[in-house]
Design a protein around this ligand. Structure first.
Ligand SMILES: O=C(O)CCC(=O)C(=O)O
Length: 281
């Protein structure tokens, strides 16, 4: 797979490198190279094929895997919480998810914890975590039964928050436990590149755990050189990205003028190692 000039019509040159801190940004600033992810949607009825693709690439990407209506139901509930917290511009319809001017959202602080406490128990959240289309794929990946609720998260990121943007990292650095753990990530709504979705490095899980560093313990990341080609997409509502806990991934910066990027990530692991991870990102 080579670098491409555009991903779904967006020039890669306009996607700037995002890193966990200004010091890292100085060492690796500049455009990052993006390509389209391999689309596994056509393999949904081929469980062995999905298992092979997952083992080989360390990620799977599906278009319109989960029902848009269910994703938008959860989005509406999360936006209610965002409004109550005071993050939204209340002159704009709540469904647009427009952020109050100058709000910097995405830090792992007390408000973030309060967001988790209010969103994770929602029935809409639980229904998506155990959606049959997702669990069927996980059965193919794990070749058998698995545990859910291994560290689920709802994320909200404001624009102009480069320092808060998720840096390149591997979940295993934070989760530890079983490297067979997989994360299922998707945006709650359409998420074009400029809104700052997730990007993964295909096949990076094969090289094991890499060194992570930063002065901020919550945002430790990997210094990835400029030659690596990431895959990301103009995600549409219902699209789903899945990746192994050793697969290197990052968020792209939210470069919209005023929109929140809202997403969820669910974690699962095979029953053979029921160690419950903690300290998840
Ligand atoms: O959504 C993000 O910015 C980070 C998500 C992530 O790193 C994960 O799901 O493991």
């Amino acid at each position: 797979m080579g670098a491409v000039d555009r991903v779904d019509g967006v020039e890669i040159a306009s996607v700037k490198s995002v890193t966990k801190s200004e010091s890292m940004a100085n060492s690796s600033s500049g455009a990052i190279r993006l390509a389209r992810p391999r689309n596994s949607t056509a393999m949904l009825d081929d469980a062995p094929g999905l298992g092979r693709e997952a083992a080989d690439q360390g990620y799977l990407f599906f278009r319109r895997l989960v029902p848009v209506a269910e994703v938008l139901d959860l989005r509406a509930r999360v936006l209610d919480v965002c409004r109550e917290i005071g993050w939204l511009d209340d002159r704009v319809p709540i469904a647009h998810g427009v952020v109050r001017s100058a709000a910097q959202i995405g830090a792992y602080d007390d408000i973030w914890t309060s967001l988790q406490c209010r969103v994770l128990p929602l029935p809409e959240f639980g229904r998506l975590r155990e959606h049959p289309t997702i669990t069927a794929i996980l059965t193919a990946i794990f070749h058998g039964p698995f545990l859910c609720e291994r560290g689920d998260t709802c994320r909200v990121f404001s624009p102009a928050s480069r320092k808060l943007t998720t840096p390149p990292h591997q979940d295993h650095f934070y989760v530890r436990g079983d490297t067979a753990l997989w994360t299922v990530w998707f945006p709650l709504g359409d998420c074009p590149l400029e809104l700052g979705g997730l990007a993964v490095l295909p096949g990076s899980h094969h090289a094991g755990l890499r060194p992570h560093r930063d002065e901020n313990a919550d945002k430790q990341g990997i210094d990835v050189g400029p030659d690596f080609v990431w895959v990301s997409a103009n995600y549409r509502c219902g699209d789903v990205l899945m990746f192994n806990s050793l697969t290197v991934h990052r968020a792209l910066e939210n470069r919209t003028p005023d929109c929140l990027r809202i997403s969820v990530d669910f974690r699962y692991q095979p029953v053979e190692d029921p160690e419950n991870p903690c300290g998840l990102r």
